[in-house]
Structure formats: C-alpha cells, structure tokens
Design a protein around this ligand. Structure first.
Ligand SMILES: *Cc1c(COP(=O)(O)O)cnc(C)c1O
Length: 464
C-alpha cells in the first residue's frame, strides 16, 4: 500500500519514503488512502508482537523482516512478552496502561519500534531527526535513538512547560548524537519552529549530507504502532466497547479510530481534554477555533496543545483531500474552520468529547484507588456506567509528583524525590531506579534559547 497526501490524494509515496521524509509537497500529512480490513479477532491467542505483525502485514507495506526487528524493541518493556498492561477494574471498566516502557510514558509504544525502523531504513543515509516535545515525546525519542549510527536527534522542549522528571530525562541523556534545547516559549511555539525548519530550503541545504526527518506524531511511522494496542485490547475483551483517550496532538485517539475502521469492535472513541479544550469544542460543535485562545498551563502538560496536528488525518479520512485542504487553509489564514452539519454528524458517529478542569482532575486522582497520572485522570470525566469501556493510561504517575501530592494530600510538594518515595510507600507502588537517579542532576543550571536561534545552533552542532 502507498500513503497519500491528505491535501492532494494524487500524490503518493511508499511507507519507507513517508517515514523518512514526512514533509509533503502540499504541506499535508501522509496517510492511508483507505484502511485495510483486519480480522484481529481471529488472532486472539497470538502474543502481542505476533498480533502486531499480522496487523502491520494487513497494510501490505512490505518490510516484514524489518518490522519483526522493530517489534523486538518491546523486549525492553516491563513485561518482555507484552508491552501493555490491560487492567480489569470491574466488569465494565478496563485500564490500558501504555507506560511500561523505558521512559514511563506511552510515547515509547511507538517510538521504540519507530527508532528501529528508521535506523534500518537509513543504513546508507545520514539523518537528522527534529523533535518538538511537550514533555514525553522528547525523552522517548532521545532514548530510542541513543547512539544510533547515522542518526542525530535535535530535540526542543518548552523550558518551563514540562515536568521536572521529563526535563531531567532529556537533559541527562549524554550520547554524542543527541542535542537538547530548552526553548523560551510554549509547546505550540516549539512545534511551529519544528514545522518551519522542516520545510526551510536553505536550512536543508546547510545540513549538507544530513537528511531531515521529524519524529513528532505527524510521522505515519508512529501512528501505525498506535493502532495496534487499541485493537489488541479490544480483541482481548472481545465485546463492543468505548475507548477513552486523553488527547493532545490526537495521535493516540487517531490510532483508536483507525483500529475501529480496520475492524475492532469499538463504538465511541471518547476524547478527553484538559482546559485547553479545543478538541472538545471541535467534536461537540464542529468548529476548530484558535481565535482569541491562549494556551493554558495545566497539570496535564502533554495535553497543553491548541494545534492538534493529527486532526488533519481524520479530516482526510472523513471528507477527502479537497475539503481537507480547504479546512486546513482556513485554519492557517483565518485561525478557524467550521464543519457543516452533515460533517459534524459524521464525526459524532465515532467520537464524543469532553474536558476536565485541573480541579476535577485532582478529584479523580484523589478518589482513585490506584495511582493515576493527571493525563489519565481527565478520562474519568467521560465514564459511562452503562457501557464497557477502556481508559487509556498514558503515563506513570511518577513523572508528575508535584501534581500528585497536591491532588492526594492538598499540600505543595517540597522535595520531589522524597515526596515521590512517600507516595510510592503509601500506595505500595514501585518507582523505577532510572527515575530516582535523575535527581542527582536536579541542581544543574539550564540555559533557555529563543526559537530564532534554534536553526543556527543546530547547524553549529551538526558541523562539529
Ligand atoms: C503525548 C501524551 C498525551 C497526548 O497524546 P496525543 O497522541 O498527542 O493526543 C497524553 N498523555 C500523555 C502522558 C502524553 O505523553
């Protein structure tokens, strides 16, 4: 199967090309023309990795041996045989824990195998991966390419926009092929800087023998692996269900939608947002409206996003390339777009959405018997007692100790490491030694950088 451009369906490339060179001529995203049917329920008894391989094969991209190798990266997760933990809370409710990888967030689910794919594909090409992160993509990307031959990673994060653990995870990775920038700005600024660099001709020219690539969730190579865990979980439960996804850039939720289209028995995909409720407005009112909106800092920073890139793939799947181009162009020029009534109804067949304030979110954390992180907590607003449902859990609580302390004990966190250990003791939970070790670097000074300086700094580093 070829992947086509979301704003020009006549333009197509193969999987390898879309993965390695994700920027398209029209500025759209590479996405499947249509999704293959996959009878996942016939593979109920396969291991996660074997199930994953069957699902990937249904796309007919080729590269089977390389995909096998990529899936072996899941050996590094807590349970070598299965990267996810599907926890049954009661007859109707399951939690799909996706954070059992090396950096304790669900980003590892896609970025670990993605890293292997890219390394395999660029054996005779040098690649510079640019990454903009709101907190979890950064560590997961850096980890995935640590010491990879022929690959360099430049990663920028909003200086005051991530948790301490997330920032420490990035700053402490010392492999020579990795470079981390603390940007003076928010995540949207970081994402904009990344998008501009990806299409900037003289930047590309100055990189000499390095080819540019993005590891953000705009890369279809990541979306692919995000379909699998939703489908696998649905097959294990084996009845019609809803999936509730804490959403930011809409990669995770898009994976659930694609799983549904491929044959998973999913009724509604429920989009949980924080106070940056642009997606909630979009699915309820059919209007994507940036006008007058400013990013609000919340206790779920990975969801502090206004420009949710993967919505474009949904628009394409629902309304095709011409309409996608029209809508995205309107978003660019007028800072909003509006669906018509039929289009909104079409979305409502598959999606529901709501948002959660920080107050509500902290109540959900407090009332939960098990530890849930602030992102996962937003899902509890969308629970419906009458349906079988999966809550998607995207990060381990240990990445967000100050918010956890505030929610659980109504006090400020004083010493993050000690407070983390305190929570772990209270809940008889385990903290990974890699997380505790980060605190040795807590006192090191961090120099912020302006977005205009990123290009020059990357070039200087590349040439060293
Ligand atoms: C990235 C992230 C999200 C948002 O996922 P999207 O695919 O961008 O919608 C939610 N929670 C956590 C913990 C994340 O790291």
């Amino acid at each position: 199967m070829q992947l086509i451009e979301s704003q020009d369906a006549n333009f197509s490339v193969n999987f390898k090309e879309a993965l390695m060179h994700p920027s398209t001529p029209q500025g759209g995203l590479y996405t499947p023309a249509s999704l293959p049917n996959f009878n996942g329920y016939a593979y109920k008894n396969l291991s996660y990795k074997d199930f994953a391989l069957e699902l990937i094969k249904s796309f007919e991209f080729g590269y089977e041996e390389i995909f096998k190798k990529a899936l072996k990266s899941y050996d590094k997760f807590d349970d070598k045989n299965c990267p996810i933990t599907l926890r049954k809370i009661n007859e109707k409710l399951y939690i799909n824990e996706l954070y059992h990888g090396p950096t304790r967030a669900f980003k590892d689910m896609a970025l670990q195998p993605f890293g292997v794919l890219l390394s395999e594909f660029c054996k005779d090409e040098k690649i510079l991966i640019l990454c903009a992160t709101s907190g979890d993509t950064g560590p997961a990307t850096l980890k995935s390419f640590e010491n990879a031959p022929n690959i360099k990673v430049a990663c920028m994060y909003p200086k005051d926009g991530t948790s301490l653990v997330q920032a420490l995870q990035m700053r402490t990775m010392k492999a020579k092929n990795l470079k981390v920038f603390a940007l003076n700005g928010d995540f949207d600024e970081a994402q904009k800087t990344l998008k501009n660099l990806l299409v900037k001709q003289d930047f590309k020219k100055n990189l000499k023998d390095y080819q540019l690539c993005a590891a953000n969730s705009v890369n279809f190579g990541r979306i692919l692996f995000q379909i699998i865990y939703h489908y696998y979980a649905a097959v294990q439960i084996n009845k019609e269900l809803d999936i509730i996804v804490p959403s930011g850039n809409f990669g995770n939720a898009l994976g659930a939608y694609f799983a549904k289209k491929m044959g998973a028995k999913i009724d509604k995909i429920k989009i949980a947002s924080n106070e940056n409720k642009i997606l909630s407005e979009f699915f309820n009112e059919g209007i994507y409206d940036l006008r007058g909106k400013k990013l609000i800092k919340t206790i779920s920073p990975a969801m502090d996003i206004l420009i949710s890139s993967n919505i474009e793939r949904l628009l394409f799947d629902k309304f095709k390339d011409k309409r996608t181009k029209e809508l995205i162009t309107s978003l660019k020029n007028q800072h909003y777009f509006k669906l018509n009534q039929n289009e909104l109804e079409s979305l409502r067949e598959d999606f529901e959405a709501d948002f959660c304030t920080d107050e509500e979110c902290m109540k959900f954390i407090k009332n939960s018997k098990t530890l849930i992180d602030p992102h996962t907590a937003t899902c509890f607003k969308l629970l419906n007692q009458n349906k079988t449902q999966i809550i998607v859990s995207t990060a381990e609580w240990s990445k967000f100790t100050p918010s956890m302390i505030k929610a659980l004990y109504k006090r400020q966190c004083s010493d993050e490491k000690e407070d983390m250990k305190y929570i772990a003791k209270e809940f008889k939970a385990e903290i990974k030694p890699e997380i505790l070790e980060l605190f040795k670097h807590q006192e090191e000074k961090v120099q912020g950088i302006e977005s205009q300086e990123i290009e020059r700094e990357i070039l200087r580093w590349i040439k060293q």
